[in-house]
Design a protein around this ligand. Structure first.
Ligand code: NAD
Length: 380
């Protein structure tokens, strides 16, 4: 295992400028030619606690693309954990390679050693193209991994993500429509996957009229049949006349082309990175009078579930935390109004203010300790 000289990166990015821009504490490169491991771990912040974030495996065309992903995603985890009220920082790992052909026990155990070398400053989990088996290989070499079956594991995060999304939809409806429940509201749900399935069930049970779609028609049809939702075609969902649009498929749903078509009062869903451009499209929604629930706030239920493993898994406490998303969103909407900023800007500010206040407490405490020591030594 060795640290790779950054000049080997093919991409023309200026690495140290990027680190300054993103504000990372450390970024580590690992290479183990025998197992084929080429990995990067980004520890963005440990102010609130150990940096938790998944490891994805992807066949990046350039190493610089992998680094950009690590920097972007680990910073995102810092904000998500901070707003979720978790005592965790943000981190992310990437393994460069083809997940279909290059996975092996040796590769993931070498990666486990890399995680272990950080001494608990980074805790990993599943992400795109990694699974429970990969996590158990990592667990052989380090305890700093979550999502391992049979060792106090938290299991599938989707039901918790969905429960948080449902609570967040209710908060957003309360703010925008003055409604205490979704009963009688029309909700258009994009996607019929793991998260959407549970979101639709909660909404239908609560009396909403739900429309659902998926690019795999059979998936959406069977979800509609199971729950009593109504199927609509994928290209009709965004322009549906409805109260709530809930994106639960892939990212960048809200863009230059789609926002003018929307006929909803609010957008609240579990998909990551819903705004193609955070500021531009957040502002376009606001200008149209559509209230947007910041995605990383409303979809933090799954992270809360994984985070619970760190201190000993407790399902009831996870569900209470999921319900806290309701109050967090109301606080964000109030901040956005008071400061005349976008809801995404308010959630970013909430994260930054929490991190700054905790950093201040840590700094203050350390300084007092030093003063006390010097006083006691001068007196002896
Ligand atoms: P999933 O793969 O189970 O479901 C996604 C579904 O969206 C699939 O059925 C897919 O066919 C469908 N889809 C893709 N593009 C579509 C389109 N244009 N129109 C309609 N349907 C489309 O994934 P998931 O775990 O349910 O996650 C859904 C979203 O929530 C993702 O953006 C994910 O990053 C985010 N998220 C998930 C979790 C979690 O706990 N699973 C946590 C946080 C965020």
């Amino acid at each position: 295992m060795r640290i790779v000289n950054s000049s080997h990166l093919e991409h023309s990015m200026n690495i140290f400028d990027s680190l300054v821009d993103y504000g990372h504490e450390e970024v580590l490169f690992y290479s183990d030619p025998k197992t084929g491991l080429r990995a990067i771990i980004g520890v963005h912040s440990t102010v609130l606690g150990p940096a938790l974030g998944g490891t994805r495996m992807w066949n990046y065309e350039h190493d610089g693309d992998a680094l950009t992903d690590v920097l972007r995603l680990s910073k995102g985890m810092t904000y998500k954990a901070a707003v979720a009220g978790l005592n965790l920082g943000g981190g992310k790992g990437v393994i460069i390679g083809d997940a279909r052909t290059q996975k092996s026990e040796g590769l993931f155990r070498a990666y486990g050693k890399a995680v272990e070398s950080l001494g608990g400053r980074y805790i990993t989990a599943e992400d795109v193209n990694t699974n429970v088996r990969d996590m158990s290989w990592i667990r052989t070499e380090t305890q700093f991994v979550t999502g391992v079956e049979g060792i106090g594991g938290s299991g599938d995060p989707s039901p918790f993500t969905a429960y948080g999304v449902y609570c967040g939809i209710k908060a957003t409806a309360k703010k925008q429509l003055g409604k205490d429940s979704v009963s009688g509201l029309r909700v258009a749900v994009q996607g019929a996957g793991n998260v959407a399935g549970h979101v639709v069930s909660h909404l239908v049970k609560d009396g909403a009229t739900v429309y659902v779609t998926d690019i795999f028609k059979d998936k959406a049809l069977s979800l509609a049949n199971e729950t009593g939702a109504q199927y609509v075609e994928p290209d009709a969902i965004l322009s549906m006349d409805c109260d709530i649009l809930s994106p639960n498929a892939l990212g960048a749903t809200l863009n230059d082309e789609t926002i003018p078509q929307l006929k909803c009062s609010l957008v609240a869903g579990g998909a990551n990175n819903q705004l193609a451009d955070e500021k531009k499209h957040g502002a376009m929604l606001q200008a149209r009078g559509i209230l947007y629930a910041p995605d990383y706030v409303i979809n933090a239920g799954g992270l809360m579930n994984v985070a619970s493993e760190v201190d000993g898994y407790n399902k009831e406490s996870v569900l209470r935390k999921n319900e806290g998303i309701y109050d967090t969103l109301l606080r964000i909407y109030a901040m956005a109004e008071e400061r005349n900023i976008l809801t995404v800007e308010a959630s970013n500010a909430l994260a930054e203010e929490r991190i700054a206040s905790v950093a201040h407490v840590h700094r203050t405490y350390s300084r007092k300790t030093v003063i006390n020591r010097s006083q006691s030594s001068s007196g002896s």
